[in-house]
Design a protein around this ligand. Sequence first.
Ligand SMILES: [Zn+2]
Length: 277
Amino acid sequence: MKEQLWQHKEIKIRGVSLAGVYSCYQLPDFNFSIDVGQGFDWILNDHLFFITHGHMDHAAGIPYIISQKNMRHHPKPQFYMPGSLIQPLRQIISLWSQIEQHAYEYDFFAFEDFPSIYLNNSFRIKPFKTVHRIDSYGLSLLKKTKSLLPEFQEKPGATLAELKKKGIQIEKEVEKILIAFSGDSQIEFLDQNPELYDSQILFMESTFLDNKKSLEDTRKWGHTHLFEILERLPRINSEKILLKHLSSRYSLSRAQQILDEFVDPKNRTRFEVFPGR
Ligand SMILES: [Zn+2]
């Protein structure tokens, strides 16, 4: 397993993902990671971590990251997570503290208390609840930009500059979702947060892909099946639909084959599997 890098326009993602084994994704240009797997060395320079849920393949590395960052005298690491995870995790860290006879510095914050987490003036993270076997969240990364008001869109640049100089308001602020990241979830999170259908990149779990696994079985374990995504395809406006958290039963080439078989050619180019195998 080696972390891989993927890029679409201004968004870069580094990551590893294998259902039930490890999940960890980093946005290197923003210096944060989403889920930490077993705690990998390539995320140790981040100071901000978002934990979607407490399953070990997503969260087991938290104590290790805290210990490493304390040892390296980095700033206190900050973790956002479902509120129900905070108390048990504090107990785990406190036990490690006893074992190592060292007091750790870290901050845990509950997603429930932070409807928005501002990264800077232009970018913010917005957590949303997902549907899984335990409390689970997804995240979207939003970018604030300025867009010309409709009545000025056809005007030449010189006129616009003139108007601006006169103090006339020609722009409005708009926010767009650059990437929506599902965490582990049943498909309902999309219907419950319909704005995600317009995210530029929809990065979502698709644990199972083919007829060999029933939708019922997929849902029983709190996951999403490719066929459920395909049902919603007419509503999904994303430029890229990035599938993650695939079951280990699919090699990368098998996953591509299944996508070739079930996704119509017009939409096929929107689909990618990341990270590959
Ligand atoms: Zn899970």
